[in-house]
Design a protein around this ligand. Structure first.
Ligand SMILES: Nc1ncnc2c1ncn2[C@@H]1O[C@H](COP(=O)(O)OP(=O)(O)OP(=O)(O)O)[C@@H](O)[C@H]1O
Ligand SMILES: [Mg+2]
Length: 177
């Protein structure tokens, strides 16, 4: 079964807010149902495509600009792209929205406290010790989406509930049946 139209599901939020976790679950579900789906994830892209880019404002902007280009290539060929990037700046996200077809901004809203408690990668501890400069939420800003297509509360609602909310949106907008 082919996806009728491509889309870019863009998960944004603080480190530890659950973007990768949710993105992987949605991908799994879409593939099980026979849809074309591809993941673009911050950690993987930075590791395999551009190790040279860091976390200054300039590098973050360039990182997201490149990812937006890839997302456009895929989505215009009918692929459901599931992108998970902190993407902390509004202008970055709006830039991608303009470049791609069917941009769906998903705000993974999670309090900084909960993200710090999870600290899955130990990054918050390092950032608080001053070992990671420009760390979003600690020493770099996160500009929350003012009008996201989907807002999830990843600190209070379960992974399953949030996955369902995304699938309901995709269904409601005719991307899946
Ligand atoms: N309701 C929830 N939604 C999402 N993740 C949850 C939830 N409850 C607990 N978690 C856990 O929180 C962690 C979220 O980590 P994850 O790597 O998905 O975050 P991330 O947003 O991708 O972070 P980063 O920007 O650093 O890549 C996981 O260990 C996940 O199991
Ligand atoms: Mg992640």
């Amino acid at each position: 079964m082919h996806m009728q139209k491509g889309f870019v599901l863009w998960l944004t939020g603080l480190s530890g807010s659950g973007k990768t976790t949710l993105g992987d679950r949605v991908e799994e579900e879409l593939k099980q149902r026979g849809y074309l789906a591809e993941r673009l994830d911050g950690d993987l892209v930075r590791k395999h495509l551009w190790k040279d880019l860091g976390f200054t404002k300039e590098d973050r902007d360039e990182h997201i600009r490149r990812v937006g280009f890839l997302a456009a290539l895929l989505s215009r060929n009918g692929v459901g792209v599931i992108a998970s990037f902190i993407s902390p700046y509004r202008a970055q996200r709006e830039g991608v929205r303009k470049e791609v077809q069917n941009f769906i901004e998903v705000f993974c809203s999670c309090s900084l406290e909960v993200c710090k408690q999870r600290d899955k990668k130990g990054l918050y501890k390092k950032a608080e010790r001053g070992e990671i400069p420009n760390f979003t939420g600690v020493s770099d800003p996160y500009e929350f989406p003012e009008n996201p297509n989907i807002e999830l509360h990843t600190d209070t609602a379960s992974i399953e509930e949030n996955k369902q909310k995304i699938l309901d949106y995709l269904k409601g907008h005719g991307y899946i049946r």
